[in-house]
Ligand binder design. Sequence first.
Ligand code: HSE
Length: 309
Amino acid sequence: MGEITAFAPASIGNLAVGFDIMGIALDYPGDEVVARLNGPAGVRITKMTGDGGKLPLETELNTAGMAVKELLAKANATEVGIELEVHKKLPLGSGMGSSAASAVAAVVAVNELLQLGWTKTQLLPFACLGEQVASGGFHADNVAPSLLGGAVLIRDNATLDVHSIPIPPDMHIVVVHPDIKILTKEARAILKPDISLKQHIGQSANLGAFIIGMFNNDYELLSRSLRDDVIEPQRAALIPGFYEVKQRALEQGALGCSISGAGPAIFALCANYTIADRVGVAMQRAFAVHQLTSNIYTGPVNTQGAILI
Ligand code: HSE
C-alpha cells in the first residue's frame, strides 16, 4: 500500500491591489496531505490534525476531499479507493490560504499516487473546486500561488487564465496573524457589490503599476502602487487596530501593507529581510496595544509552490 505526501504553502490572496485576481506564495508555513490507496471506491478523510477538531471530515465539505473527488471524476478513476490524511499547519480562518493549501496538497499527492502525470496547470481547476467549499467562490488567488509558487495574476477566474509575475530579488514578505478568526464567506458578504468609476480608475492604475514595478524591480513604483482603496476600507473594521498596524509597518519601511486575503492576517511586502524583520516586530507590537497576541511569519517568496515530500 503506497502512500504519497505533498506540501502546499501559505499564500496571500488579493495582494492589496488585485482583489480575487492576484496572490503570492509564502515560504512557510504550509499544509501537508498524505494520500494512499486503500478501501472501497471513493475518497475518505481518515485523519485530520492541527485543526482542533473544527474542520469537517465529510468529503464533500472538506476542501481536500472535494478537490480529490472532482479530480477522480475527471480522471475516470471513481472506482479507486483513496484515503487522505490532512495535516493542518496553517491557522484556520487566518487569511493565509489555509483552505487552498489543503486542496492543493491533496491534488498534488493524488496526481502522484495515481501516476496521472498531470501538470500543475491541469491540477489547478480541481484545487479551486475544493477551495470553493470553504470560500464560497471560485477564485484562484490563493490556490494558484500555493500550487505554482511565486506571484500570479489571474486574468479570468472562470477560465483560470493564470500568469506568473516575476519577483524582485531580495523581496521578503511579512505576515502578522492576530489571534482572531474571520471566515472568508463572512468577509465577502459585507462587501458592496459595486464600486465607483473613480475607484475603478484608481485601482486599475495601481494594479498595472504594481505589475510593472515587479517586472522592473522598481521598489519606488511598488511602494506607490501597493494599496487597496476598494476592499481594505470595507474590511478594516473586522481587524482591531488595523490602521495602526499598517501605519507602523509603513514607518518601518514596508513597501506596502494591507489585509492578507480576507484577513485577519495583515501582510507587508519589503525590499529585504532586514526591513521585513523590523516591520514584523512593529506590527506585532501594534496588535499588542489592542490586547491581541499574534504570530509573525517572515520569509522570501516561495517560488516552487506545492511539492512532494
Ligand atoms: N480573494 C479572497 C477574498 C481571498 O478576499 O475574499 C480569500 O479567499
